[in-house]
Design a binder for this molecule. Structure first.
Ligand code: ATP
Length: 356
């Protein structure tokens, strides 16, 4: 059963469409909801909690209809809002106990659950101090604790890493992961940072301008790219030209060469070229996609790669005419859609680069 499902969900505010015909379903687990600022993430959460009626469309949370069963949804779902209005004069313990009582727990159970939850989020030591003296990271933990205290089936965490330094961010992401794995609570976590969701989530939903861009397991986002990253100690360019001569599609990327895998023989060609050129191979590994590439078409990504310099002319040879290496090193003379170091159709380039 999906934990969340929407069908043609649309939310229009005066002058802005926050959600635009959004249809998506997500299964239990740790789910990332990602989109730029203003993409519609918080609006979706408010609709899912039954707090904001959509302009049109329908939505269900834990099989409950947001239009009629908002109160039941809020009993079973915890919510960590993006912004806080925590009472400064109250301790974390008193605040979280109060929230537990509001959720219907009796006094003793509320105190026990609050102590447990504050310990889980890492606020055990400071729990009796007034919240007004807390750092941003501690305030985020209080918000997280109050979302978890009534033992929900599902939590909505709206930008939980906002305002945190790198160490605080890592700690929060680790906590979120544990909520899903150790406590078995499903999580919907929003972020505008794709990279941090890659480590934390099982599934990612990407929205852009209120529309669904993608909904996919993280493993599919980060599937094998079909590219080998090759690093040699010195002689990157010589190796690149040699591999292109051999008919491989190869381009530079910093210290690396990225080689499209055309079959098992690709490995043999690289090995042979390294040996023939007497180079020191540091690594050769399959590349995985990064989740950020969702926003970058593959051809754009390749265009960002700096064009490879042509091979330096041998000291004794006459200078290479400027036009000669173009077919080998720059895209215009190659096949349509080709890229640096892709040899022209019909096979290898003239071989001037090889063995340089
Ligand atoms: N109550 C409202 N009245 C008018 N416009 C609103 C209202 N709430 C949200 N919006 C608009 O709807 C769009 C989506 O806002 P929303 O807060 O859902 O985005 P978000 O993805 O959560 O962004 P952020 O990451 O900045 O929090 C924005 O253009 C926002 O200005």
């Amino acid at each position: 059963m999906p934990i969340i499902a929407t069908q043609g969900l649309t939310m229009r505010f005066p002058g802005v469409t926050a959600l635009n015909d959004l249809t998506v379903a997500v299964e239990p687990g740790v789910v990332g909801l990602v989109g730029a600022n203003g993409a519609g993430k918080s609006t979706l959460i408010k609709i899912l909690l039954g707090l904001l009626p959509p302009t049109s469309g329908r939505a269900w949370v834990l099989d409950l209809d947001v239009a009629h069963q908002g109160a039941l949804i809020r009993e079973r779902v915890g919510y960590m809002p993006e912004y806080d209005c925590l009472p400064p004069d109250v301790s974390a313990t008193d605040f979280v106990v109060h929230m537990a009582r509001m959720s219907g727990l009796p006094p003793a159970a509320a105190r026990e659950r609050a102590a447990d939850t504050l310990r889980h989020v890492g606020l055990h030591e400071e729990r009796y101090r007034p919240i007004g003296g807390y750092s941003t990271g501690m305030r985020q933990k209080v918000k997280l604790a109050q979302a978890l205290v009534h033992d929900p089936q599902l939590v909505f965490l709206d930008e939980p890493t906002n305002g945190l330094d790198p160490a605080g961010r890592d700690e929060m992401l680790e906590l979120i992961r544990r909520i899903g794995t150790e406590f078995g609570i499903s999580v919907l976590v929003t972020s505008h940072l794709l990279g941090e969701l890659e480590r934390t989530c099982d599934h990612v939903v990407v929205i852009d301008g209120g529309r669904l861009l993608r909904s996919q397991p993280v493993a599919e986002f980060t599937a094998d790219s079909g590219t080998l990253a090759v690093e040699v100690e010195e002689g990157r360019d010589a190796l690149g030209h040699r591999l292109a001569d051999a008919g491989l599609s190869v381009r530079p990327d910093g210290r690396l060469l990225l080689v499209d895998v055309a079959g098992e023989h690709t490995y043999d060609l690289i090995r042979d070229a390294v040996v023939e050129l007497n180079l020191c191979l540091i690594r050769m590994e399959r590349r995985r996609h990064h989740i950020e590439e969702v926003f970058t078409a593959p051809q754009d990504a390749w265009r960002q790669a700096p064009p490879m310099p042509g091979p330096p002319p041998p000291a004794t040879a006459p200078p290479v005419p400027p036009a000669a290496p173009v077919g080998f090193t720059s895209p215009p003379a190659g096949p349509p859609g080709g890229h640096p170091w892709t040899p022209p159709p019909g096979g290898a380039a003239d071989g001037r680069g090889s063995g340089a």
